[in-house]
Design a protein around this ligand. Structure first.
Ligand code: SF4
Ligand code: SF4
Length: 117
């Protein structure tokens, strides 16, 4: 397991989970992720990527929501768990993410090569 994979696993375990409004995907859009996270996702064609970007959407967003929910990138997991990325529908965990973990995640995102999904 690479160092980044271990770091991603560490962060995933520390981002609080919560229940979204069923079927909601209001916070989905063009997002970036590390190459480790992207390598776990099914490959999409260039046309699928282009189509999603044109619609300011994500190529993994299907009619029933995220098609890669279990492997969604850190930024998708962070949404709604911190006042800096609030859910527009007022959803969120009972206890928000620890500020120190959020700081470490932003540091990781800023210091790893990020790829547009
Ligand atoms: S975090 Fe909020 S906006 Fe995003 S999918 Fe969940 S309910 Fe919808
Ligand atoms: S990976 Fe899933 S949760 Fe993240 S933006 Fe795409 S569809 Fe939404």
């Amino acid at each position: 397991m690479t160092k980044n994979s271990q770091v991603i696993r560490f962060f995933r375990a520390r981002i609080p989970s919560f229940e979204c409004t069923p079927g909601c995907h209001d916070c989905c859009g063009p997002v970036t992720a590390s190459s480790e996270e992207v390598s776990r996702l099914p490959v999409k064609s260039e046309q699928e990527h282009d189509r999603a970007l044109e619609a300011l959407s994500c190529p993994y967003l299907g009619s029933n929501g995220c098609q890669v929910y279990g492997e969604r990138p850190l930024i998708c997991r962070l949404f709604g768990t911190t006042p800096s990325l609030p859910c527009p529908n007022g959803k969120g965990p009972a206890v928000m993410i620890a500020p120190e973990i959020e700081r470490q995640i932003h540091y990781f995102l800023a210091n790893t090569r990020q790829v547009l999904l």
